[in-house]
Design a protein around this ligand. Structure first.
Ligand code: ZN
Ligand code: ZN
Ligand code: FE
Length: 752
């Protein structure tokens, strides 16, 4: 006889873990107990040496599908002669170290339950088990227990209760366990608030209506994606002019009908996170207003049983867009939904289970064979990123695509995507979520980390805390974020290609070659500064950047000669911009890579008015002819005064204009521009080699989500002996900024 004490940390709760331990203990004749408290799962196991070994092997090698063991300890104990193996009831108290599980997409067994006629959960929208279902969105407090979730108000019926208490059952201690007799119910209302008991969601969708559907982390606005009238109507009433709509496909076969799909992308779609995956579209008819200007489609699969009620035979693809108006927060409360969405939705499909934590759908795109998160939310949050042990800090992130990050020991907890903080309602949500996350994690941060930008709301709010404040430069945070994301902290070159970030010289940075780590950075090269005529207004109107670049490098004569390519700008407007630039009126200087994309996109007439962030660059990437390879435009890397090198695109513009005048297709020019940019980056890295002690190059910033650029750049860098690092767990865009701020803040705090 031997005995072991096993301590496990990580997501071991809410993943069917204790029933699993109980079952294998029985299988191998192990006696003892398992219990979980706020610090993790603890097991006392005793039995014959051989049985104990097999028990441990099974425990570590085959944990239930969705449990993640982050830390494990096995200690020798004295056998105590337990007569059986038992599950000890939850203990609360102590330091909270058990991770809260993200929401998990419907598992295959629950899918069977809800699609099998005669099953007591047939068509039941709130079916779940220990392997799937809502978690983070229903949790009000820790440890995770039904009484601390929004399921508390639904007492289990006797059958559900028996499942819940049966250690061999898949629903043993499944906190949100429910059935049609005892659980939440779906109700349908029309837009005036009248209940329509006879309606079925798929019937309404089939007839072209727009529905507001309450899901796991908030409301969706839903319509038949193949019905162009419905799609147009949704676009108009949602005041969303151009940004592509995400869709939900009935099943994986439907995804394959409309999109090209690799096995890796299929795995992402069908996995427990079930994010929106951005896929290349097949040439098959879909309404043009579904995803204008792009050849891709953001697709997800039904991830909650509720979604199955929306489909039927003739209905295979649905628009599934966030239930909000323009850039306001995702709506998750019923009264808000009725008051704000009644002008958009014809009917409301709601239910009586409260959503406690708002959480958008996550968005992923596979780039260079690796999944890259574009938006990190449902399915991922609130799982932490592992970082080196550091003092606890609260990092506020940036104002665009904002997230915050709280650290505790060696874990960095990023919030779900919170939207843009220039919107007051988003800021309110952000502050509320920040309070809750601190409670869940029982963290009292020692310092607050903010972006340098004095006009960011996150900056101002961070300053209101009664705590030491640490300011971090935007692109330094991007660099550190990429390092932390890759589990590294060493001095590397970061190539940050980005839209907007406040620089230490007061200019707007955006294409930066920074040598640094968590403790500091040195700016080694950047794109040559150009004026940003009208400041933020230039971000909305790419042609202002075309004018700025052409005026800088071709002067007045060259600029006016190209006027015909700058339509719809008139000569007076162009002259006005020139004057504005000459007089330096509201013309901050920028080295932004995003604005360089804008200038090219505007000049080619691809995008002259921006309706959503990054549109001009996204459309330029989308239209580029992938078969054009190996040719680019000229550029120069000049010795700088304050930095070793400055990148000039002066020579690119005449060549680009010559191509346009020769009638070369915009698709080809767009491809050549991408190739040029990859060459610029590679050549600059080569020039900087003598400054570098590591071949690793951290690639970060919003532009580093450009699939064509990355897939051109990565092999080029490798050819020159570099080791490019891409993001893996957090977005390369500003959604990942808070992680970088957090590790920099933690590092500086350590030195206090
Ligand atoms: Zn399940
Ligand atoms: Zn029940
Ligand atoms: Fe940025």
């Amino acid at each position: 006889m031997e005995a072991k004490r096993i301590e496990l940390k990580g997501v071991v709760q809410g993943g069917g873990f204790r029933p699993f331990v109980y079952t294998i203990a029985h299988n191998y004749g192990i006696k003892g107990w398992v219990l979980n408290n706020s610090q993790g799962v603890f097991i006392h196991a005793e039995g014959e040496t051989e049985d104990l070994e097999r028990f441990l092997a099974e425990l570590f090698n085959n944990p239930p599908g969705r449990a993640i063991i982050k830390e494990k300890k096995v200690l020798d104990e004295k056998p105590q002669g337990f007569p059986e193996f038992t599950i000890v009831e939850s203990q609360s108290g102590g330091e909270q170290e058990v991770l809260i599980s993200p929401d998990l997409a419907m598992c295959s067994q629950c899918f069977e339950d809800v699609t099998t006629p005669g099953n007591r959960r047939y068509k039941y929208a709130f079916t779940n088990c220990t392997n799937c279902g809502p978690r983070f969105t229903i949790i009000k407090g820790v440890p995770y227990d039904r009484t601390k979730t929004t399921m508390a108000e639904f007492p289990m019926c006797s059958i559900c209760s028996a499942e819940y208490h049966d250690p061999f059952n898949r629903r043993f201690h499944a906190q949100p366990n429910a059935c049609p007799q005892c659980g939440p119910q779906v109700v349908i209302f029309d837009h005036s608030g009248k209940e329509i008991p006879e309606a079925t969601p798929h019937e309404l969708l089939y007839n072209g209506f727009i529905l507001a559907v309450k899901g796991l982390g908030g409301y969706h606005l839903v319509c038949d994606a193949k019905n162009s009238r419905a799609v147009n109507r949704l676009r108009e009433s949602k005041k969303r002019e151009a940004k592509p709509f995400a869709v939900m496909a009935k099943n994986i076969e439907v995804v394959k009908k409309y999109c090209y799909l690799t096995p890796q992308e299929e795995k992402l779609l069908t996995g427990p996170q079930a994010p929106i995956v951005i896929l290349p579209r097949k040439k098959r008819y879909l309404p043009s207003s579904l995803a204008p200007g792009v050849n891709t489609l953001g697709v997800m699969l039904p991830y909650a049983p509720l979604h199955l009620l929306l489909f039927r035979d003739e209905l295979e693809l649905l628009v599934m867009t966030s239930g909000n108006i323009s850039s306001n927060p995702l709506i998750y409360q019923d009264d808000e939904a009725f008051s704000q969405l009644k002008e958009i939705a014809d009917f409301f499909v709601i239910h009586n289970r409260e959503i406690y934590n708002r959480c958008d759908d996550s968005v992923v795109k596979v780039i260079n064979g690796e999944p890259q998160l574009f938006r990190r939310a449902r399915g991922y949050v609130p799982l932490p990123v592992e970082i080196p042990e550091q003092p606890s800090v609260f990092a506020c992130g940036g104002d665009l695509k904002s997230t915050f990050c709280l650290t505790k020991g060696n874990k960095a907890f990023l919030s779900q995507h919170m939207g843009d903080l220039d919107n007051y309602l988003n800021l309110q949500e952000y502050i509320l979520t920040a309070q809750r996350m601190q409670e869940y994690l029982a963290i009292e941060p020692q310092a607050v980390v903010i972006d340098l930008h004095p006009r960011y709301n996150s900056h101002k709010w961070g300053r209101e805390w009664d705590k030491p404040v640490i300011e971090v430069q935007h692109h330094h945070a991007h660099l550190a974020s990429c390092l932390a994301d890759n589990g590294l902290n060493e001095k590397v070159l970061g190539v940050i290609c980005d839209g907007t970030g406040y620089g230490t010289d007061g200019n707007i940075w955006g294409m930066e070659f920074l040598l640094g780590d968590f403790s500091g950075f040195e700016r080694l090269a950047h794109l040559e500064y150009v004026p940003l005529p009208g400041g933020d207004a230039a971000i909305k109107e790419p042609l202002r950047m075309s004018v700025s670049y052409l005026y800088k490098y071709l002067r007045e004569k060259g600029l006016l000669e190209t006027q015909k390519y700058l339509a719809p700008l008139k000569e007076e407007e162009i002259r006005l911009f020139m004057q504005q630039i000459d007089l330096k009126v509201n013309c901050p200087l920028t080295s932004s890579c995003g604005r360089l994309f804008d200038a090219v996109s505007g000049l080619l007439g691809v995008c002259t008015k921006v309706n959503y962030e990054g549109q001009a660059a996204i459309e330029l990437e989308e239209m580029a002819d992938r078969t054009v390879k190996g040719s680019g435009y000229s550029f120069e890397i000049i010795k700088g005064n304050k930095v070793p090198y400055v990148i000039s695109t002066e020579k690119m513009w005449p060549e680009l204009l010559e191509n346009i005048s020769r009638g070369i297709k915009a698709q080809e020019i767009a491809a050549k521009f991408h190739w040029t940019l990859a060459q610029i980056i590679t050549q600059t890295c080569v020039n900087l080699k003598s400054y570098l002690s590591s071949p690793k190059i951290a690639l970060s910033g919003g532009v580093m989500q450009n699939k064509l650029l990355i897939e051109t750049l990565v092999p080029m860098l490798k050819e020159h002996g570099f080791e490019p690092l891409l993001h893996r767990q957090v977005p390369a865009n500003d959604g990942g900024l808070s992680l970088g701020q957090a590790v920099i803040g933690g590092r500086l705090r350590k030195c206090v």
